[in-house]
Design a protein around this ligand. Sequence first.
Ligand SMILES: Nc1ncnc2c1ncn2[C@@H]1O[C@H](COP(=O)(O)OP(=O)(O)OP(=O)(O)O)[C@@H](O)[C@H]1O
Length: 267
Amino acid sequence: METSATSTSPTVLEIRGLTKFFGGLAAVRNFDLTLKHGELVGLIGPNGAGKTTVFNMITGLYVPTSGEIFFNGTNIVGLEPHEITRMGIARTFQNIRLFPNLTVLDNVRIAYHPHCGYTLSDGLLRTSRFNIKEKELTEQALDFLSIFQLDRIYNETAKNLPYGEQRRVEIARALACNPKLLLLDEPAAGMNPREIIELMDLIHFIRERFNLTILLIEHQMRVVMGICEWITVMDFGQVIARGTPKEIQENPLVIEAYLGKGVTHAA
Ligand SMILES: Nc1ncnc2c1ncn2[C@@H]1O[C@H](COP(=O)(O)OP(=O)(O)OP(=O)(O)O)[C@@H](O)[C@H]1O
């Protein structure tokens, strides 16, 4: 399978012994993962396996009970979500979290605002600096939208878009933060077959265009098996298998984890 990562690519993310308890429940236990620059890796497992909890710990929404998460060599455990975003980790959510009543353009412009270059008082007083910077921001956001072929619908209200386009806007907004690592949480959920094919092309495209490393949670096996170079499988909070898509499809522990729970689309 085509990959932009090689065995000598630098390590972007290294997770060691990551554990999260909610009361007596070990949602994630002793989780390890290493991502090399440019890799596209899948994280799969039955419902409740602990995948989103891993994402929530990487992005600082949950503080791990124990364990370490190194991003480009820095342990990011204990940092605030906005600090982690600023360091270069972006994510999308299982349920799309756009601002439904804002336009496509404004949804993306928001991602640029921490770097907008004007102060609150500039904004309140509508100074010339505010006007110049806002114009620059709009042009930058429109250029960015054109990369995703979303410029033609820049003025549409987000909630009125078809599901697949909302996902594209959400991915564009995540990339506007200029991340080095992108975490995608079930991007194909709710998509029709045509949207799924477009999504697979988009994920390949953004990896190359933005020189990204991507970690993907996905229940749609067609997507995971079709685009990921490596897959890690979780069940009941623990890693039960790692390997290539082919190895994972043939792994008896994986088949049992899925079939045992009545999910028949794993193989
Ligand atoms: N904030 C929380 N408080 C208590 N329990 C939680 C919390 N978040 C997750 N859990 C529990 O942790 C376990 C793992 O949940 P998680 O959402 O990480 O699974 P998942 O693999 O992402 O599942 P799915 O594929 O259904 O999204 C589940 O039993 C879940 O109920």
